[in-house]
Design a protein around this ligand. Structure first.
Ligand code: GCU
Length: 695
């Protein structure tokens, strides 16, 4: 339940002695809720990891921190103290340890941390209370991962200013694409009101660096439309809890709200009555939630209402809402997941992959500066493998954030392990070439490439009311990892995994090795026994779990791979296909357009080829399919046997949860292997070179 904040007891040793020596006393002089929350966290963490009760020093005692003060019998030292607080707020230690030059390095949400020999103190100073909290979580993390603390000296600032979670929770308690139980906010069209759970959730999120959470599904149904009116008091209660942990609350809103709720006869964004309605709404919201973040909007997408009905475009719609929020500092997060979901299979020119770019590129520069476009990482929908959305690089005058999906909708639904941090890193590192070689996606979304006013990262939550929050225990690593990566995209997938493992399971190196290997191999393994070479979508329609090669091929939803007895893949070239490859810049466009140069892992995303086409790897497409599926299923079994080496080395209840899931995964991977292999064997008639059993 406490996930990575369970603070396992640390092993005896020199580091542990060092921590004990330092952590006996803390100096905190501020009564601010957030600083007090940091103090509570500190006490809890230190008690649990080190078994000592922290003494909070009164101001008078602070002067008394002499270097040669006596050692106490519990190993703490009267001379040593941890101090935290905001700069200039009256804590004498913070004020003595940090000079003007240090303070200048610390941004709105950052912190400075320094071990000062002179003052016998480890000081955490910040410009604002949220920074204090982040700094304390940082120090707890250093201790939890057994890092030395005797010579700390750094200023730490988040790279991305918006670090957001999107919940797809519905008021009835269901969670769209939720794989970890039901909502912990709502049940049966009411707010559950379990504020302790909401607080613990806020603690977890804040400790990972999250500062914004939208609490309801982007598909806003009838009752959720009333979150900005009738249910505002309950929403405000959640916002109150979030605020303590430096998190701003956002709501998804219904573009047709003025009609459905307000009795205005239209939702036309240019209608004065509609504009006034939203302006009044914004004023009402800010009266009860003064730090309300703003609106998340899914409009004209998958049958949701939007400006198209009135012959207006997305800029008209978004700007109208932005105008309403502007006086209060709120923002509109407008999603770019807009496409024609009724594509006919005979129509080879319409291409869902093109849609976001085709809709939004022409609007670049037309959005108000408190509008942010939220763009999914790929052009389709969170497949295990997709190219990066070409909108990154195409929009040069628009605030934009990337949207990842922590929920494993298409990557095993939290029954399979699939650590997604390596995938996200690959996306963030992608060179868009928008401004030459130094234009990776991470520099677009952090706002530095184009100097955007708002920027950052959002992701769809993978949480629910399951006791471990994420269903699969190992899926916690995605939630934690997402937050850490949003804070600092330079962290490696390995380092993030190592942190999560130590904080969750303790510091046994053997345990860490095994779990780390499982996590780091898992994305590749999942990809290998599911959809090959970037083709995607070979899952059961609607619920999206389990193999079904032709599921979407024969669905009206229209997401095709065009496999027949001669070949497979979607021709997205300019020369003979949908022209999608031209949405990329320079050598990226050329590479994807070219059959010879296109990377193997994306071949079938961009090209339709015969099964006998030879990949860069030297294998034919059909042999690649057979090999990866046989190997993938075998490696899935390997994940289970690796885990089984940890029996008796990790807490029994944790061990059992994961063992069960990995057992299920190993069996399901075989089902994938057999269905995919038999499908392509029968289509192609080509034998497996290794003569393995294909049904
Ligand atoms: C996917 C997902 C939907 C969701 C949509 C979105 O298509 O399957 O459940 O509503 O994405 O991002 O809006």
């Amino acid at each position: 339940y406490n996930a990575w904040l369970s603070y396992p007891e640390l092993p005896q040793g020199s580091l542990q002695e060092q921590y004990v020596k330092w952590c006996g006393a803390v100096s905190v002089t501020e009564t601010d809720d957030t600083v007090q929350a940091a103090l509570a966290e500190w006490k809890q963490g230190v008690a649990s990891m080190l078994g000592i009760e922290v003494q909070v020093q009164a101001e008078a005692a602070l002067a008394d921190t002499a270097a040669n003060a006596p050692e106490h019998s519990d190993g703490t030292s009267a001379g040593h103290v941890i101090a935290f607080g905001t700069f200039g707020s009256g804590n004498p230690l913070i004020n003595s340890v940090f000079a003007e030059a240090d303070i200048r390095k610390v941004g709105r949400e950052g912190f400075a941390i320094r071990t000062s020999a002179e003052h016998n103190c480890i000081a955490v100073g910040a410009s604002a209370p949220a920074g204090v909290l982040y700094g304390v979580f940082h120090l707890l993390r250093l201790i939890g991962t057994l890092q030395p603390i005797a010579a700390l000296d750094e200023a730490v600032n988040p790279v991305n200013s918006l670090r957001m979670i999107n919940h797809w929770d519905n008021f009835d308690g269901s969670v769209e694409r939720g794989y970890a139980g039901r909502s912990f906010f709502y049940e049966n069209n009411r707010f559950i009101g379990d504020m302790e759970r909401v607080r613990d959730y806020a603690r977890l999120m804040s400790s990972a660096g999250i500062n914004a959470i939208a609490i309801n599904n982007v598909n806003v149904h009838a009752l959720e439309t009333l979150f900005i009116s009738e249910y505002l008091p309950q929403v405000a209660e959640i916002a109150d809890k979030f605020r303590v942990y430096g998190i701003r609350l956002f709501l998804s809103v219904n573009f047709a709200g003025p009609m459905q709720e307000g009795g205005v006869g239209t939702a036309d964004p240019l209608d004065p009555g509609v504009r006034t309605w939203w302006q009044n709404k914004a004023a009402e919201i800010y009266q009860v939630i003064p730090d309300f973040g703003g609106f998340v909007v899914k409009a004209d997408s998958e049958n949701r209402p939007g400006p198209f009905t009135y012959g207006r475009d997305h800029a008209d719609g978004a700007n109208m809402l932005a105008e309403a929020l502007e006086p209060f500092g709120g923002i509109v997060i407008w999603r770019c997941f807009v496409y024609n979901c009724k594509q006919d299979w005979r129509d080879r020119k319409t291409d869902r992959a093109r849609a976001a770019y085709d809709h939004f590129k022409p609007l670049d520069g037309r959005f108000k500066d408190n509008v942010i476009l939220q763009i999914k990482n790929g052009p389709m929908d969170f497949q295990v493998r997709e190219p990066v959305s070409p909108l990154f690089g195409a929009l040069t005058q628009t605030n934009q954030i990337i949207e990842f999906q922590i929920a494993q909708e298409y990557t095993g639904q939290q029954r399979h392990v699939c650590y997604l941090v390596p995938q996200w890193k690959e996306v963030l590192e992608f060179q868009t070439l928008a401004k030459g070689e130094a234009s990776p996606v991470k520099r677009i979304v952090d706002g530095s490439l184009w100097g955007n006013r708002h920027s950052g990262i959002a992701a769809v939550s993978n949480t629910g009311n399951d006791i471990n929050w994420t269903g699969h225990l190992l899926a916690q690593a995605n939630l934690y990892g997402y937050g850490r990566l949003a804070w600092n995209p330079e962290l490696s997938a390995e380092a993030i995994a190592a942190e999560w493992i130590a904080l969750t399971f303790g510091s046994n190196p053997e345990v860490a090795d095994v779990i780390s290997r499982i996590l780091l191999d898992s994305w590749e393994i999942y990809e290998s026994y599911t959809a090959p070479l970037g083709v995607g979508w070979m899952i059961n329609p609607e619920h999206h779990y389990g193999p079904n090669v032709d599921g979407y091929e024969y669905s009206q939803w229209g997401t095709y791979h065009y496999a027949d007895n001669r070949g497979i893949g979607v021709d997205r070239t300019v020369k003979t296909g949908t022209g999608y490859s031209a949405q990329y810049i320079g050598s990226n466009a050329a590479r994807y357009e070219s059959l010879e140069e296109c990377p193997d892992e994306l071949l079938l995303f961009f090209h339709h080829v015969p099964y006998t086409h030879v990949l860069h790897s030297g294998k034919t497409v059909i042999q690649h399919i057979y090999d990866t599926h046989f190997e993938g299923a075998q490696r899935a079994e390997g994940l289970l046997s690796s885990w089984q080496t940890l029996k008796d080395k990790v807490r029994e209840d944790l061990y059992v949860q994961v063992e069960q899931r990995l057992t299920g995964q190993a069996a399901h991977a075989k089902e994938w292997r057999d269905q995919i292999n038999t499908y392509f064997y029968r289509k192609s008639g080509i034998e497996d070179q290794a003569s393995r059993t294909i049904y």
